[in-house]
Design a protein. Structure first.
Length: 253
């Protein structure tokens, strides 16, 4: 039988399986149904959840502190997994039903240069500043799931300026890039903590985009370290899990 005839028989459904009897390596492909790469990807959802494992003693200390305390300050250099671990624990708490929502916040501060006017509404203008939080969320949940949870209010991402006057009950709150908050801003954020809630504040005091005297992370964490019900976890260069050059650079810069 010619190759053309075989193709026609496969396309039209006429197929004699007997000619391949005894050969377990040959399977007929479904021609009338099944998944097609041309179908909409919205019909398929990613159903994975990576297991979080600490890669250093400092990271394990941070995970244990989040489980034990309602307020955790995570300080350390870039690449130590502060934001990722905090958001991973937030997703874990939401999925298990321990909290009813996730609130993620970070200051809308430009990193040393002005990016000028941004078009769109308030959400469009703030999107570049909040992008790292979306990236961490999408690594724990599929984007379809993230959009669904945001639509129903189970996940909220907001800049620091929108947090004044709120009480965050039954929530897992992550304050990212806290080194770019002033002392007054951090005091306001920390006092948003409500009942049955957990708050994790992350930042690197040595990488503030504010004038050094304006950053409130270092003095606030130093004062809260004396409070027994608050955990202040200080990560170091040995806890960096990015490229090894990051730890080497931070050691000399």
């Amino acid at each position: 039988m010619t190759k053309r005839a075989l193709k026609r028989q496969l396309r039209e459904g006429a197929f004699d399986a007997g000619q391949f009897s005894g050969d377990d390596k040959i399977r007929r492909l479904p021609v009338s149904h099944g998944w097609s790469p041309l179908a909409s990807n919205d019909e398929r959802d990613q159903g994975y959840l990576k297991t979080i494992k600490a890669k250093s003693d400092g990271q394990q200390q941070l995970l244990d502190a989040i489980d034990a305390k309602n307020l955790v300050m995570a300080l350390g250099p870039a690449g130590t997994g502060k934001t990722y671990l905090a958001i991973a624990k937030a997703v874990e708490a939401l999925e298990s039903g321990a909290v009813g929502r996730i609130v993620l916040s970070r200051p809308a501060v430009e990193a040393g240069e002005s990016i000028g006017f941004l078009p769109g509404d308030a959400e469009d203008k703030l999107a570049p500043y909040l992008r790292p939080l979306y990236d961490a969320l999408s690594d724990r949940l599929s984007m379809k799931r993230v959009r669904a949870l945001m639509a129903e209010g189970a996940i909220e991402i907001a800049p620091v300026g929108f947090m004044r006057g709120r009480t965050l009950n039954n929530a897992f709150v992550v304050i990212d890039e806290a080194q770019n908050c002033t002392y007054v801003q951090l005091k306001m954020l920390l006092t948003r903590l409500g009942w049955h809630s957990t708050m994790v504040v992350t930042g690197d005091p040595n990488q503030s985009d504010l004038i050094p005297e304006l950053s409130g992370l270092a003095p606030v964490s130093a004062k809260l370290e004396a409070v027994s019900n608050i955990a202040v976890v200080r990560l170091a260069e040995r806890d960096i899990v990015r490229h090894p050059l990051v730890a080497e650079m931070l050691g000399v810069l």
